[in-house]
Write a protein of this length. Structure first.
Length: 325
C-alpha cells in the first residue's frame, strides 16, 4: 500500500466540496499551485484522474466521486478520533454556544446537562436561532454549533447523524375542511395553501419543511411566508394556510383555534447538529460525539410508538422546536 499523505486527502475532499481551486486554497490557507500539486500527487498514487478541470468549471471524474464518497466518512472519523483524544488529554474548556430551533425538549436538555457534567470546565450556553435563518449564526460564528432540522447541504458546514425523528402533522384552522379528518394524505395538500418559511433560509431547506409539490408532483398553493413558528400558527389560525409540523411540536403549541391532523406520505421530520468545518473546536467535536452517541443509543433501543396528537386546548409538556422530532 503506498504511503498516504493526510494533506493530499484533506485537499481532495475540500476541492470535492468547493469545486473551485481558488476557494479550496483559501480554506486550506494554501496557494492554488500547492492545491494543484497535492491533487496531482494523489492522482499519481491512485493512478488515474480524479478531477477534470477546464477554463469554465471543475468537476469530479466518476472515480473521483466514488473516492470522495468512500474517503469522506473515514477521514471525518479519523479527525474526530484524534480530536476526541486531544480533548480527553487536555479537557474540554471554555464556552460552548449551542443554537436550537424553537425549544429544547427534555431529552436534549438532559444531553446538555450530561455533557456539562462530563466536561465541568466547559460552560454551555444555548441560543435560539431563527426559523427563517437556521444556518446564519453558525456561518457567522455567533454560535459554535446548532441543532436544526434536516436536511443540511450547506457549503462549509458539517453535520452529524439525524436524530429525534418524528411523524408529521398538519396544522389547520379549527373550522378547516380537513380538521375533522383522521389523517391527511400528502397528495391532498394540492388543494390547500401552505404557510411558507421566509428567507434567508436556503430554498431546499424551506422546501423540505413546507413542500411546493406533493409526492405525485402536483403543485401545492403557497400561503404567506413567516419567520417564526408563532407567526406560522397565527397565520394558520387566521385561515391563511396550513403548516406541516412534527407531532412533538404540535404538542408544544396547543391552542384552541388550531387543529393538528396526522399528515401521511411525507418523510418523518428529524433534527441534526451542524457546525462550521473550519471552526470546529474541541468542544464542538466533543458535543457532536455526545449527540451521535445518544442517537446511536436511541437507535439500538426500542422503537417508540408515534406520539399521539393533542386535543385542541389541552396543555402539553414542553418539547422540541418547529418541525423537529
Amino acid at each position: 500500500m503506498p504511503e498516504l499523505e493526510a494533506r493530499e486527502i484533506e485537499c481532495f475532499l475540500v476541492l470535492s466540496e468547493e469545486l473551485h481551486f481558488g476557494r479550496t486554497a483559501e480554506r486550506l490557507y494554501l496557494s492554488q499551485s500547492r492545491v494543484s500539486q497535492l491533487l496531482r500527487s494523489l492522482e499519481t498514487r491512485i493512478g488515474a484522474r480524479l478531477v477534470e478541470r477546464t477554463s469554465r468549471r471543475v468537476r469530479l471524474t466518476p472515480l473521483g466521486a466514488s473516492l470522495r464518497d468512500e474517503l469522506a466518512p473515514a477521514y471525518t472519523a479519523l479527525v474526530d478520533a484524534v480530536e476526541a483524544a486531544r480533548a480527553k488529554a487536555r479537557g474540554v474548556g471554555g464556552v460552548l454556544r449551542i443554537g436550537f430551533l424553537g425549544s429544547l425538549d427534555e431529552d436534549l436538555t438532559g444531553l446538555v446537562r450530561a455533557f456539562q457534567r462530563d466536561h465541568p470546565g466547559c460552560e454551555m450556553r444555548t441560543v435560539e436561532v431563527p426559523l427563517a435563518d437556521p444556518f446564519g449564526q453558525v456561518r457567522d460564528g455567533d454560535v459554535d454549533a446548532a441543532i436544526v432540522l434536516a436536511p443540511v447541504r450547506e457549503p462549509g458546514l458539517a453535520s452529524g447523524p439525524v436524530f429525534s425523528e418524528a411523524p408529521l402533522s398538519l396544522a389547520v384552522p379549527a373550522r378547516h375542511p380537513l380538521a375533522d379528518r383522521p389523517s391527511v394524505p400528502a397528495e391532498d395538500l394540492a388543494g390547500h395553501p401552505l404557510i411558507r418559511i421566509a428567507g434567508p433560509a436556503p430554498r431546499y431547506w424551506r422546501e423540505a419543511q413546507s413542500p411546493g409539490l406533493t409526492p405525485g408532483g402536483r403543485a401545492v398553493p403557497s400561503g404567506p411566508a413567516v419567520g417564526t413558528i408563532q407567526e406560522a400558527l397565527a397565520m394558520v389560525a387566521a385561515g391563511r394556510g396550513a403548516m406541516p409540523l412534527c407531532v412533538p411540536t404540535a404538542r408544544r403549541h396547543v391552542r384552541g383555534d388550531v387543529v393538528f391532523v396526522p399528515l401521511t406520505g411525507l418523510p418523518d421530520s428529524a433534527l441534526t447538529l451542524v457546525w462550521h468545518r473550519d471552526r470546529a473546536t474541541a468542544g464542538v467535536r466533543a458535543f457532536a460525539a455526545a449527540v451521535a452517541a445518544a442517537a446511536e443509543g436511541a437507535a439500538r433501543g426500542r422503537a417508540p410508538a408515534a406520539p399521539a396528537l393533542p386535543a385542541a386546548g389541552r396543555e402539553a409538556p414542553a418539547l422540541t422546536g418547529p418541525g423537529g422530532g
